[in-house]
Design a protein around this ligand. Structure first.
Ligand code: NAD
Length: 529
């Protein structure tokens, strides 16, 4: 399904889609992929396709009647076979050397970019992203492959000469791959968060077994397909599908896995984190949830703030780990800010996201929709005011999907659950504060710490925010997204506290090293070339 359409750079900060060439290329891709919806796909184990009579349906959140794809309900034995295949493929992949590995993986990046419209159209059906979000996700996957490859190259494959105690002694520090890594990915960046972590592991010389979210397996499969077409040898990348509780759990429990990288909820992540190292230490990277604050002070440009909050709270229905879901605004500007935000929320077009004019599509599944309706009921019950939204669409075109409206709530106490629990739906609570200090205290009063933003035009306030905010990615006066929009090589991405286990982060210069371990090599006499 390759396309010859020239690729276009779409990032999460791309604001407008008035490029007609882009629009018509995406529309054409939507029509083309309609013809392939509903197919059965296999798992990929040791370069072989593995099917099963027992399949699950990957249905579209836009319309439950649309079956996007069918995938095998994998078993623990399938996972064991995939791990064995990855282990068998490891020595040759490691010994290929990083320069050859990079050549293959950069080819994969180019293939993904060439196919950006097909992949993005399929993604729109699979997870309900609008066209810019879906194109951004695909292009980010390709950029992650490129950026991590560049980092490997910049660091010369991570071989560094060290000092010596005598002229005849030569010591160097070498970072080496561990072996087999499991990758467990979430639904919300179905290609970038399957592909990015897998890319980190592969570039470092490890082999991989990927288990995608059962809400979005097709994008993981397409990533694997691109890798194999680009020349990744059989067994280096394996792909298994099925429930987290069995297929995912086997990756955690298997003694034959050397490292695990997980992106998803705090609950599942912590279970994996505490269970993975029970017998002996093994590296595990967990990137988890967020309840990301934005602060609006009296010195803010309120249009800028309302725009930035709107984009981060409602972009992809608030289903980004970096989504903005709580705002602390100084009392003196609270009313005009809320009015501007509510007006923008009401202006958002919600509907089938494959259609050009719809900026917000559905949430991923019935469970998410129920979280939304419960939150609205709770806000009303506890004295909150619904300033915008609060409804679920059920008219023509939305009646078979999961379409909440962008919701702004005020009037709840700052201690309320809705200021603290991650909901992952288009629902933002706004609370009034008396000072920046109070806003910072509230912002930091969270078990999470992924992203945060401030809108202020006072240098002292901005300095105070940057000095004290506890989050991995922070933004100041960002109209295109108060707390969202990180891009490989531009901003890093990593969580503090319950948002992430690793001090080092994705999208930045310290990621690939996490998939490597250090060996100090001291050679007496001349070392081999
Ligand atoms: P989830 O935790 O429900 O699922 C993530 C993955 O874990 C899926 O593949 C799932 O099948 C698997 N899984 C579930 N139970 C498992 C088990 N017992 N053992 C092993 N694997 C298991 O998350 P989700 O709903 O797909 O994604 C949304 C969550 O991901 C949100 O909390 C969001 O904040 C977080 N997220 C974090 C980041 C980040 O970079 N920090 C990025 C994206 C999403």
């Amino acid at each position: 399904m390759a396309t010859t359409t020239p690729r276009m750079k779409i990032t999460y900060a791309t604001l407008s889609a008035d490029n007609e060439e882009l629009q018509s290329a995406f529309d054409a891709a939507v029509e083309r992929v309609r013809g392939v919806l509903g197919q059965s796909y296999p798992m990929l184990i040791g370069g072989e396709e593995r099917r099963s009579a027992d399949e699950f349906e990957d249905r579209s959140p836009i319309d439950r009647d649309i079956v996007v794809a069918r995938f095998p309900v994998g078993t623990r034995q399938d996972v064991r076979d995939a791990i064995a295949a990855a282990r068998a493929a490891f020595p040759a992949w490691r010994d290929l050397g990083w320069r050859q590995r990079l050549e293959i993986l950069r080819n994969a990046a180019d293939l993904i970019s060439e196919r950006q419209f097909e992949y993005a159209a399929l993604m729109a059906f699979e997870v309900g992203k609008n066209r810019l979000e879906a194109l951004g996700d695909v292009e980010e996957t390709a950029d992650l492959l490129r950026y991590y490859s560049d980092e490997m190259e910049r660091n010369g494959g991570f071989v560094k000469p060290m000092g010596s105690l005598s002229p005849t002694e030569h010591t160097r520090s070498v970072l080496k791959p561990h072996g087999v890594w499991g990758v467990i990915s979430p639904f919300n960046f179905p290609m970038a968060l399957a592909g990015g972590p897998a890319a980190g592991a592969l570039i470092a010389g490890n082999t991989v077994v990927l288990k995608p979210s059962s809400d979005a397996p097709l994008m993981g499969y397409k990533f694997g397909e691109a890798l194999h077409e680009a020349g990744v040898p059989a067994g280096v990348f394996n792909f298994v599908t099925g429930p987290g509780e069995t297929v995912g759990a086997e990756l955690q429990e298997s003694p034959d896995i050397d490292g695990l990288v997980f992106t998803g909820s705090y609950e599942v992540g912590m279970k994996l984190y505490t269970g993975f190292t029970r017998v002996y230490p093994r590296p595990i990277i967990t990137e988890m949830g967020g309840k990301n604050p934005a602060i609006v002070t009296a010195s803010a440009d309120l249009d800028e703030a309302a725009e930035g909050v709107m984009r981060s709270a409602f972009g992809y229905d608030g289903q980004k780990c970096s989504a903005n879901s709580r705002v602390y605004v100084e009392r003196s500007v609270a009313r005009p800010f809320v009015e501007k935000l509510a007006e923008r929320a009401r202006a958002i077009r919600v509907g089938d996201p494959t259609q050009r004019d719809n900026w917000m599509g559905p949430v991923i599944n019935e469970r998410s929709l129920a979280k939304f309706t419960t939150a609205v009921q709770e806000a009303k019950r506890d004295g909150g005011t619904i300033e915008a939204g609060g409804e679920v669409l059920a008219g023509p075109g939305t009646e078979r999907g999961y379409f909440p409206t962008p919701t702004v709530v005020t009037g709840l106490p700052l201690s309320h659950r809705l200021f603290h629990d991650e909901l992952f739906v288009p629902f933002v609570v706004v609370g009034e504060v008396d000072s920046l200090q109070q806003a910072l205290d509230e912002a930091n009063d969270t078990p999470y710490g992924l992203t945060a933003g401030i809108f202020s035009h006072d240098d002292d306030e901005i300095r105070s925010f940057l000095d004290t905010i506890q989050a991995g990615v922070v933004y100041v006066n960002r109209r295109s997204g108060a707390t969202t929009g990180a891009w490989p090589g531009i901003q890093s991405f990593g969580g503090w506290k319950g948002s992430g286990s690793s001090g080092k982060s994705g999208l930045g210069p310290y990621y690939v090293q996490q998939f490597l371990r250090e060996q100090s090599q001291t050679v007496m006499g001349e070392p081999p070339a």
